[in-house]
Write a protein that binds this ligand. Sequence first.
Ligand code: GLU
Length: 513
Amino acid sequence: MSQQVRVRFAPSPTGPLHIGGVRTALYNYLFARKMGGKMLLRIEDTDQNRFVPGAEEYILESLRWVGIEIDEGQGIGGPHAPYRQSERKDIYRVEAERLVAEGKAYYAFDTADELDAMRKRLEAANAPAAQYNAITRMQMKNSLTLKPEDVKARIDAGDPYVIRLKTPRKEEVRLNDLIRGWVNVHSSAIDDKVLLKSDGLPTYHLANVVDDHIMGITHVIRGEEWLPSAPLHVLLYRYLGWESTMPQFAHLPLLLKPEGNGKLSKRDADLGGFPIFPLQWTDPFSGTVARGFREDGYLPEAVVNFLALLGWNPGTEQELFTMAELISSFDIAQIHKAGARFDIEKAKWFNHQYIRQRPNEELAPAVQQQAEANGLTCSADKAIKIAGLLKERVNFAHELFTEARTIFYTPEVYDETIAAAKWNADAVRAVTVFRDALQSFDGEFMADTIKHTLSDTLQQAGIKQGKIMQAMRLALTGSGTGPDLMLTMEIIGKDEVIKRLEQALETLKTPAS
Ligand code: GLU
């Protein structure tokens, strides 16, 4: 029997989760569900200098908002708890010390100044890479160059030290990325990375590998920015003796600027006036507020659909996917290698698709809130009708009110071009007879009764309906275009309709012929 798939999303709480991070979480989730596996959430907070209060809560809330369910991990619990790396310190130290004992890592005591001096020396000598490695380590202060008793004395005296990986000098490191294929790196390109820092906490590399192993992770699906670190991780699996159960890697394509060149940045979002964070975020230090997809009016299912297709597609024409459909179609083999252009217009298009599918009752509160904010009252019934009338025409629920301005407000101006073209003698007559008919109308003022009244009236007056409809709309709304006019009248209400027809007759100049 094959092993159960276990994947993890492993964000660092260094600020608001970037939308690219949400995509990473989503791909992990889709794969886990597709394979009947488990999705873990691990918080990688070993870099204490970059810790930002509130970021972890933000991550959890973002995942909840888009509908990514975690099976095991931070906020949920599970057999490998705790899932916050800062609470797992001792685990990493044991492994780092084991590597030292086995001759695969070493203690290094170099101060910041000494490291700096080394870098300068190497740069001055035009060394290809000024780094701590198989060659330079022998000129530095570490347990490979110092006598064992000196090393012990320093540690006993509490001298600060780090543990560094003893990278082999000449070895090929290979990994078969599920998206990119074989990646080969020569070990000389990997430096003697710090595994355990002087504050006793592990670096990302050590903690990540140790936890993925302990937590039984089968597939590491993460952003392309981690591809350069992957060979180092492979080396660590080898040194730790875990190569046979090493997870498979899949490095996701970058999210590119809207123009398609270079990596998407916060600056692009600010310039373009669009969000790149799932939720609004207030920076706890500066108080700066960054906009979020949620607060900007995007529906979570639209964001999910948009993100799913940013770097993957199932090879069909289908564009609209529910989460369940995404799960059943998802396949790592269909993830693209090339970066994915972040096109906010596409996100709006998806939102439009989901807004129009939303029940009117769910969109109505947005109309009521905006009406209220504009000093108007709007009954739930009216708001529901407005949502039904206009949802095809908007990308966001908050745009419904703007679209409905002609319903809420009596026209103050009339489109001059339409007036010049359509406000003729027939139009005046049509508006007049229709107004008269409405004055004696005592049925239920509904779109279809209005429609019958209008066509009967016009027929009796011998006026062709097609010729005067734009003028009728102009009289009622001030504009030549808009949604279904009968429904619009129903929502406006009989008295207001009559009032508007009268105002139009008074305001619009009576044409000569
Ligand atoms: N903590 C890393 C991050 O914030 C995780 C990278 C990985 O998934 O290995 O992106």
